[in-house]
Design a binder for this molecule. Structure first.
Ligand SMILES: [Ca+2]
Length: 227
């Protein structure tokens, strides 16, 4: 098990021009996979341009793993149908996050990095990493593969994990986790407190994969409470 670097919040915004899998429409939802982690959005019924507007949170310990997005049509009397998939990597985003202390004074909306759409990635248009309301976010449109049509719009956001919860083995080698008193940190602290209250948050247990899973669930709970 490797170091926990932090959390990646994947804001699954919407689908555009998705494929028809029922008679006239589909009931789409998204599954996100990274390594052993698997998360999903809710189903939006009968809509080829669904607004999921849902946050899914991955715990990141190996940032080289690809993130896979799969869209499905929910069927109640048969197996769900595939509506395409896409893959992306978070290396460029994390590269920017590591330098984030340099970006404090940037004007709102400043583009920090652009990633071109190419045959080697699933981007349907240029993806931008942007300074947005005091945070660094990456906006992306993914072109779905293995399907006749469809795109998914996502936004990535990084959530630092406080030093005491991360593993201590590789201290100092990464810029991630430079503690600033941000809303995200406060939010994470609340989440961390809730693990302690449930008795699952002892620091020495953090190394267990199971807790990383729990972490996802707890974060989702915390986020839904805030909404
Ligand atoms: Ca259906």
């Amino acid at each position: 098990m490797e170091n926990l670097l932090g959390l990646l919040r994947l804001h699954v915004i919407r689908g555009v021009n998705l494929a028809i899998r029922d008679s006239k429409s589909s009931d789409p939802y998204v599954i996100v996979r990274m390594g052993q982690q698997k998360l999903r959005t809710r189903v939006v019924k009968k809509n080829l341009n669904p607004d999921w507007n849902e946050d899914l949170t991955l715990s990141i310990s190996d940032p080289t793993l690809p993130i896979k997005i799969m869209v499905y049509d929910r069927d109640w009397l048969s197996r769900d149908d595939k509506m395409g998939d896409a893959v992306f990597h978070i290396d460029p985003f994390l590269e920017v996050i590591r330098m984030k202390n340099q970006f404090g004074g940037l004007p709102e909306g400043t583009v920090i990095m652009k990633i071109q759409a190419s045959r080697q990635n699933c981007l349907s248009e240029e993806s931008k990493i942007v300074w947005n309301k005091g945070k660094i976010v990456q906006n992306m449109f993914l072109r779905l593969q293995n399907v006749e049509c469809g795109e998914v719009e996502l936004q990535l956001e990084w959530i630092d994990v406080p030093e005491e919860i991360r593993y201590q083995t590789d201290k100092g080698s990464s810029g991630i986790g430079n503690n600033e008193d941000t809303d995200i940190e406060v939010e994470f602290q609340k989440m961390y407190d809730s693990w302690v209250y449930t008795g699952k948050g002892k620091l020495n247990v953090v190394k267990e994969k199971a807790l990383l899973q729990t972490m996802n669930e707890k974060l989702k709970e915390e986020l839904s409470k805030e909404i």
